[in-house]
Design a protein around this ligand. Structure first.
Ligand code: DGL
Length: 267
């Protein structure tokens, strides 16, 4: 048993998808989540900026005494795997688990990958998925419009702006008749209903946040590191009030202390 908290971070609300999934699997874990809202979107940053961000975000969580860190961010995970994997506190990103889950689906047709610009540009999802499913058609599309929409509250499947953005971005997926879609950005789980409404319910959505939460839960269980009181603590580089309201809405609980504001530097 290890009662220290688990640290999770992302650029804004997106990583809350991983927080929610981990709490569903291991409700007794204490979780500290850092929302780097002042520097969102990570997807528009350069690999060099993302390397500085990864280090700073992990150092912040590490200074809070966490037992493990989940980089709940496809963009950081795809651009800084070496930093995450060699970090002194056990840390993992979101790529390997979701690629494995996607590769295990009993499908033979085309599959899609959507993520941020920086993730798709890195080619990591495409390479790892291609290696696991040789010969499979992989349609990879960056969706830079999604994160700003989600961060500004356009998340309802009936939201006209969101519906238009989903239609524009996912047209190649529909034309390519994909059987499954990898949600390679943790924000995208928040709009999965809008995505399914456009693509059709028969297209399987595989979420990087859910797969990473499962991987973290199984790491903690296998290494006898589970345990805690089930508390939530939030740090944010943005507005504490905005984050508090969104977290309460998304997680369905307001049982957490007021988020703490943490200043960050420009990268
Ligand atoms: N949610 C993050 C990801 O998984 C970051 C999105 C962004 O800030 O652009 O890629």
């Amino acid at each position: 048993m290890d009662k220290r908290p688990v640290g999770i971070f992302d650029s804004g609300f997106g990583g809350l998808t991983a927080v929610k999934a981990l709490r569903a699997l291991l409700p007794d874990e204490d979780i500290i989540y850092f929302a780097d809202s002042a520097r969102v979107p990570y997807g528009a940053k350069t690999p060099a900026q993302l390397r500085r961000i990864a280090k700073q975000d992990m150092d912040l969580l590490s200074s809070c005494g966490v037992k493990a860190i989940l980089a709940a961010c496809g963009t950081v995970s795809s651009n800084t795997a070496d930093i995450i994997e060699s970090y002194p506190v056990p840390a993992m990103g979101v790529i390997k688990s979701v690629v494995k889950a996607m590769g295990n689906l009993p499908l033979s047709g085309a599959v899609g990958v959507i993520a941020t610009e920086a993730s798709i540009k890195s080619g990591v999802y495409q390479r790892q998925l291609g290696a696991l499913c040789p010969g499979r058609e992989i349609i990879a599309v960056p969706c830079p419009a999604f994160v700003p929409l989600i961060e500004s509250g356009h998340v309802s499947p009936d939201d006209e702006e969101l519906k238009a953005a989903v239609r524009d971005a996912l047209k190649p997926m529909k034309e390519g008749k994909i059987q499954a879609l990898l949600l390679g950005c943790t924000h995208f789980g928040i709009i999965s209903e809008a995505i399914s409404a456009y693509l059709g319910e028969d297209v399987i959505l595989v979420s990087a946040a859910d797969c990473a939460a499962k991987e973290m839960a199984s790491y903690l269980e296998k290494n006898s590191l589970t345990g805690g009181g089930g508390s939530l603590r939030f740090l944010t580089s943005g507005s504490a009030e905005d984050f508090s309201a969104s977290a309460a809405k998304f997680l369905g609980t307001s049982e957490f202390p007021c988020p703490e504001h943490v200043p960050v530097m420009e990268v």
